[in-house]
Ligand binder design. Structure first.
Ligand code: ADP
Ligand code: MG
Length: 266
């Protein structure tokens, strides 16, 4: 080995061992910049360490987002609050900060299909990942299926422990398909374990009085609602489906294109 290169080779070896990939990648080019700037050694070191820290936070955030399993990435910037004035925009913006997760509070979105519940749940959960929270997004039926499978395969406890390690558990689309008795009980257990320990975010097209229909038992539904709503932000979307309105708009535009005189329709 060339004597001249020995410190460089050793430095790179140690940087790898210490898992400092950004410093490894940038120490040489930043040395050139700092020499030109006449920066002193602590400044050079500080800049390098800052870059490593920023990159590390970015990598961790990307990992959390991947592990969260979002069906789509949605953000609040693309949500049109004017279209859905019944939604408390100020509350949604406040929830973006993620403090409700530190307080173990729940968030519940209630509203018709297409009202933007999943969009907002994704946006809030995404924001939670960005502020360092561990999140998992499930369609509620997907979670129930996984719970049943893990029970059949005798790994239910392990799965429940995995769920309990999360800061925020999103259960999307409660209400479309009723659960079996076992499914309802397994889901109830997830909710019970989460109570005051972690935050739940649930979206549903059903008003509370109809939750019986999916859980199949009044007693279980009562106990479940009691736990979920104890410390909970409820966001109601009372207006129409965004999807439907967009589709209607497209039809209107098409009609206008094919027959420009037809302006007075609907
Ligand atoms: P829900 O879960 O309430 O059934 P979604 O959140 O899936 O509805 O919304 C359906 C589609 O319409 C999605 O593509 C979503 O991004 C979009 N959408 C719904 N409401 C709005 C809104 N107010 N502004 C922008 N996009 C919206
Ligand atoms: Mg939805």
């Amino acid at each position: 080995m060339n004597e001249k290169n020995k410190p460089t080779v050793l430095l790179e070896f140690y940087l790898k061992k210490l898992r400092l990939p950004t410093i490894l990648r940038e120490y040489a080019s930043l040395a050139v910049v700092c020499r030109e700037d006449r920066s002193d050694f602590p400044t050079y070191l500080l800049r390098l360490v800052e870059r490593e820290l920023l990159d590390r936070e970015k990598r961790a955030s990307e990992k959390r987002i991947k592990e969260a399993g979002f069906p789509v990435i949605k953000t609040i910037d693309t949500f049109d609050f004017k279209f859905q004035p019944s939604i408390n925009e100020q509350l949604v913006r406040e929830l973006m900060r993620g403090e409700y997760i530190d307080k173990k509070e729940n968030v519940l979105f209630i509203g018709k299909s297409g009202a933007g519940k999943t969009h907002l749940a994704c946006a809030l959960a995404f924001a939670a990942c960005a502020v360092g929270k561990h999140v998992r997004f499930y369609s509620v039926n997907g979670l129930v299926t996984e719970l049943m499978e893990s029970r059949d395969e005798k790994r239910l406890q392990r799965f429940q422990k995995q769920l309990q390690r999360l800061d925020l558990l999103v259960l999307d689309e409660l209400g479309y398909v009723p659960f079996s008795k076992t499914g309802a009980e397994l889901l109830f257990e997830v909710v019970s374990r989460a109570y005051e320990q972690q935050s739940l975010m649930i979206t549903s097209n059903l008003p509370f009085e109809d939750w019986n229909e999916v859980f199949g038992s009044e007693r279980l539904t009562g106990a479940l609602l009691d736990r979920i709503t104890h410390r909970c932000h409820i966001i109601e979307a009372r207006d129409d489906s965004y999807r439907l309105e967009q589709a209607k708009k497209r039809v209107r535009q098409k009609r206008l294109q094919t027959n420009p005189e037809n302006t007075a329709t609907d």
